[in-house]
Design a protein. Structure first.
Length: 309
């Protein structure tokens, strides 16, 4: 019942914003960025080229505060111009953002979209948390995106990543004037970018083989939250650094990769970014700065090629 109520409120909030366009207000195309740590981003801000080191007033982002399962529902964040520091270590108290020394795919994703469609206004909603799984059995100590995953006690009982997602979406979509120019803005759902699956590839073959079905269910739920059943989806293919004496960091990674490919093959509005196989790593789990710069561009290019209507 709690999740249904949150979903209903999120949808109402979205409808209110979409339905209040004025003659001088802006229309923003909204992209959701979600997943686990390689969506968080472990690129170093110090490695950014000069043109990406500054705040970009032409792109707005709502980055929800990352929160573990089993705690009261969070979703705190604010709309702000995109700038470096939305990587691992970012946090928000709902009044101000605390930026980290890391970045993810969001910077070059937005830059490439602006190059492809310079006349459009872009808004990003980023909600991700490192180590999180979709499968309940793979949640470990990091968290789970399955709406039915239950953990915690007291006010945190039963709160999971999907609950935090709904709370973040609700907060983001209830904001009437995201760029604070005095006019209510119109937000139009434009796409989903999902970078996740490593945790589901860690535990067992059985869990890994569930990935396609779990991914489809979650993408259907996110599409429903954004009021667009066939909203374009781009999936980042998980890869493996091989930095493990046993040869693979993700023992069942090939099975999850197969599940990602199968999902995309069956969904005409989905695409798979495979350039991750070519990236270098900053540690055994995360890409290096150059990888995240390329990943953002590839996400944008893949979305641009998908049917929009």
């Amino acid at each position: 019942m709690f999740r249904l109520k949150c979903l209903t409120l999120a949808l109402i909030a979205f409808l209110i914003i979409v339905g209040n366009e004025s003659a001088s207000a802006k229309t923003y195309r909204v992209y959701f960025l979600g997943g686990q740590s390689n969506m968080d981003g472990y690129g170093y801000v110090k490695d950014l080229p000069q043109d990406l080191k500054q705040s970009d007033s032409g792109v707005m982002i709502f980055h929800a505060n990352p929160a573990p399962d089993g705690v009261p529902v969070d979703g705190r964040g604010i709309w702000a111009p995109l700038q470096p520091g939305h990587g691992a270590g970012f946090k928000s108290d709902g009044t101000a953002n605390t930026y980290s020394n890391r970045f993810g795919a969001e910077l070059t994703f937005a830059k490439k979209l602006k190059e492809l469609a310079p006349e459009e206004n872009i808004a990003l909603i980023k909600i991700s948390r490192g180590g999180t799984s979709i499968a309940i059995e793979a949640a470990g100590n990091f968290g789970c995106w399955d709406p039915d995953f239950e953990k915690g006690t007291g006010k945190g009982q039963g709160i999971n990543q999907y609950d935090h997602f709904l709370a973040g979406m609700k907060r983001a979509l209830q904001t009437r004037d995201i760029d604070q120019d005095g006019e209510a803005d119109t937000l139009v759902p434009a796409g989903i970018v999902w970078m996740q699956g490593e945790s589901d590839a860690h535990y067992s073959e059985e869990i890994a083989r569930q990935y396609e079905a779990n991914l489809k269910r979650l993408m259907d739920l996110i599409r429903a939250t954004m009021l667009t059943d066939d909203l374009p989806v781009v999936i980042g293919r998980i890869s493996d650094s091989g930095d493990n004496p046993e040869g693979k960091v993700w023992k069942y990674g090939e099975i999850v990769r197969g599940g990602q490919a199968a999902f995309v093959e069956k969904d005409k509005r989905a695409a798979l970014v495979t350039s991750t196989d070519d990236y270098g790593y900053s540690d055994r789990w995360h890409y290096n700065s150059e990888g995240y710069l390329d990943l953002g561009r590839k996400f944008a290019q893949a979305l641009w090629k998908l049917p929009q209507e």
